[in-house]
Design a protein around this ligand. Structure first.
Ligand SMILES: Nc1ncnc2c1ncn2[C@@H]1O[C@H](COP(=O)(O)OP(=O)(O)OP(=O)(O)O)[C@@H](O)[C@H]1O
Length: 274
């Protein structure tokens, strides 16, 4: 059974892309089949995995979504790239901006990405969607397609209003389109251990959004080595395997895996008792 996870935060630069790469490749290292989807018109995920001119790719997520909207046929593996570190990628680029506009006038506009993912997800254990820094139609599509959400938050800055808006959007998607959507948790990124900001933010998150909102135990440290990976087109495990960021992403991968296992067991038991 596959699990679809959206990495979302409408604030820019919170570590969504870096986390998608290193969680995805972390899961692949553990033997899982993983698909990464770049749902951001900036194409940063595509770029970070070594495809440095995303706008020149002939086939991208935009092509596939356009075909899905027009009910045109496409090949089973169309547009899927294979990264040397064992993950598959559906690249994204600037064409997604135009798609986002045309989605507005499309029937079932919130569920086009879900329709596509449903056709391929059985080949994967995990599908990770790197969302745009906005709460526009592409992000709604990602939330409609997902089983759960991971929210990367920069440890030195919690946009309280932004977090409330994001949680409200997730709740609305759950009520109206995707009742099974859950929040796996908030991941603190770029944590500078010389300060107490990360502890303060964990406290504020729990105080303001309730005990139900998990803050992952693992915190991703501020690390120049992590920042370098996007230019290298590699994961942190290849770029700096013994460094603090690699250790942290390994531990985070384990946490995500454990949550996935528990959910799978619960679904299995519910299935049996029905
Ligand atoms: N642990 C880290 N330590 C230091 N720098 C980091 C770390 N993680 C990410 N960065 C850097 O911070 C910047 C933002 O990270 P990233 O691109 O992953 O965020 P994002 O949320 O995907 O951004 P956007 O909203 O633009 O899509 C990048 O330059 C990245 O290299």
């Amino acid at each position: 059974m596959s699990k679809v996870i959206a990495l979302a935060n409408q604030k820019g630069g919170t570590g969504k892309t870096t986390t998608t790469v290193n969680l995805g490749i972390g899961l692949a290292v553990q033997g899982h089949k993983v698909l990464l989807i770049d749902a951001d018109a900036q194409g940063n995920l595509t770029d970070s995995l070594g495809y440095q001119e995303p706008d020149n790719l002939h086939i991208s997520l935009a092509t596939i979504l356009s075909k899905t909207m027009m009910e045109e046929p496409y090949e089973a593996n169309e547009g899927i790239l294979q990264h040397a570190e064992g993950v598959d990628l559906i690249p994204g680029n600037i064409e997604l901006s135009a798609i986002e506009v045309s989605l507005v006038n499309t029937m079932s506009r919130e569920t086009v990405l879900r329709s596509y993912i449903n056709t391929i997800k059985n080949k994967y254990d995990y599908v990770l969607i790197d969302c745009m820094p906005s709460l526009g139609m592409m992000t709604i599509n990602a939330l409609a397609a997902a089983d759960s959400v991971i929210i990367p938050v920069q440890a030195h800055y919690l946009p309280a209003k932004g977090m409330t808006q994001l949680l409200q959007t997730i709740a609305r998607v759950r009520r109206q389109i995707n009742p099974k959507l859950t929040i796996d948790g908030v991941l603190l990124t770029m944590v500078d251990n010389r300060t107490n900001f990360a502890k303060d933010i964990s406290f504020v998150l729990r105080r303001d959004y309730g005990d139900k909102l998990r803050v992952f135990q693992t915190e991703i440290p501020l690390s120049i080595r992590a920042a370098e990976t996007s230019a290298e087109g590699k994961s942190i495990y290849t770029h700096d395997p013994r460094g603090i960021a690699a250790k942290a992403y390994e531990a985070f991968t384990k946490e995500v895996q454990d949550i996935g296992e528990k959910q799978r067991k619960r679904q299995h038991q519910t299935g049996i008792s029905r």
